[in-house]
Structure formats: C-alpha cells, structure tokens
Ligand binder design. Structure first.
Ligand code: 8DG
Length: 167
C-alpha cells in the first residue's frame, strides 16, 4: 500500500510559532501547524502552500522542507507520511480570532494563534511533537517514525536529526 502523503507547515518568527486549533476531524482539539492531504495532480510543496492558505489565510513563497515523519497506527496498514515545512515570511493577513472575524472563524477548521517558543502547548498537541518540536525550534532537520496505539499513546519510535532530507 502506498503511503498517504500529508503536509504540515510551521510559520515562525524568531520568538513565536503560528499554530491552529483543529476544530474537527483527525486531530480534533489539538494545536498543530497547518496542512492536510496532498491532492492528486499537485506536488507536496503545492499541497503545503494550498493548505496553509486555506487554513490560516496567508501565502508563503519561502516554504522550506525540514522534516519527514512517518506514522503507523496499530491495526491499520496505512502509513501516514507527513512532510514538514517551515516559513519565516508570509503575505496576507492571518485569520486570527478577533471580534471582526469571529463569525467566520466559527465555521473554519483551524483557529490560528501565535505561541511564544517557550510556551508551545505540547500537552494539547500530538504526542510525538514533544520529541521533534525542539529540533524544529533550534533549526535542525529531522526524520522520524512513530507507532501509535490509538491517538494518544506512542508504543515505539525512532527520531534522528539529519543534515539533509533526501526523501
Ligand atoms: N504535529 C503533528 N501533525 C500531525 C501528526 N499526524 C498528522 O497527520 N499530522 C498532521 C498532518 C496534517 O497537517 C494533518 C492531518 O491532515 P487532515 O487529515 O486534517 O487533512 P485534510 O485537512 O486534508 O483532511 P480533511 O479533514 O479535510 O479530510 O495533521 C502528528 O503526529 N503530529
């Protein structure tokens, strides 16, 4: 079976990272970067750019691929392959939750918010994030594999900092 291709985009400033609260679907209730499935006919980079725009309202022309994470769930043969990107520039306005956008945000899939790098809400994120987020924050590239039992428990994992992502 082919891996299912997904993207994840982490927009950052020197001391802050933009995350969104996933309001429905896979990963509901968790803070995460922006991303989703790569659609037929688009490249992984195009998929990352599209999902970033759809979920946060901003365009980035400087996405850099920094991580490759593979996930397996006990009892499910499908491997998820998440391509992680970062960007330190963007154009457009973030759909943040202020009064004027409250009605729109009620229907949106993600609610974007900036987090200081020393206040990342890891307890409300996917369990693997606490392992690789520090690598991302210090500017390293990484490759990992995580075996989950359910959506909260990691039963096995491997994670390496790498010089290059030759995926
Ligand atoms: N930080 C983090 N992100 C993850 C993990 N696993 C995982 O799929 N993701 C990301 C990759 C994608 O950005 C997102 C899952 O994509 P999705 O299923 O919501 O895709 P989508 O928006 O196209 O789907 P849909 O709900 O519209 O059908 O979650 C994980 O363990 N940690």
């Amino acid at each position: 079976m082919l891996n299912k291709l997904l993207t994840l985009v982490l927009v950052r400033e020197p001391s802050r990272v933009l995350l969104g609260l996933k309001k429905k679907g896979f990963g509901e209730g968790k803070w995460n970067g922006f991303g989703g499935k790569v659609e037929p006919g688009e490249t992984i980079l195009e998929g990352a750019k599209r999902e970033l725009l759809e979920e946060s309202g901003v365009v980035s022309n400087s996405l850099e691929e920094i991580g490759l994470l593979k996930f397996e769930f006990v009892g499910d043969p499908q491997i998820l392959e998440v391509h992680v990107f970062t960007s330190n520039t963007f154009e457009g306005e973030i759909k943040e939750s202020d009064g004027s956008t409250r009605i729109f945000l009620h229907f949106a899939e993600m609610r974007p918010q900036w987090f200081y790098t020393d206040k990342i809400p890891l307890h409300q994120m996917w369990a693997d994030d606490k392992y690789w987020f520090p690598m991302f924050l210090k500017g390293s590239k990484f490759k990992g594999y995580f075996l989950f039992e359910g959506h909260e428990k990691i039963v096995k994992y491997q994670l390496d900092e790498v010089e290059k992502l030759n995926s």
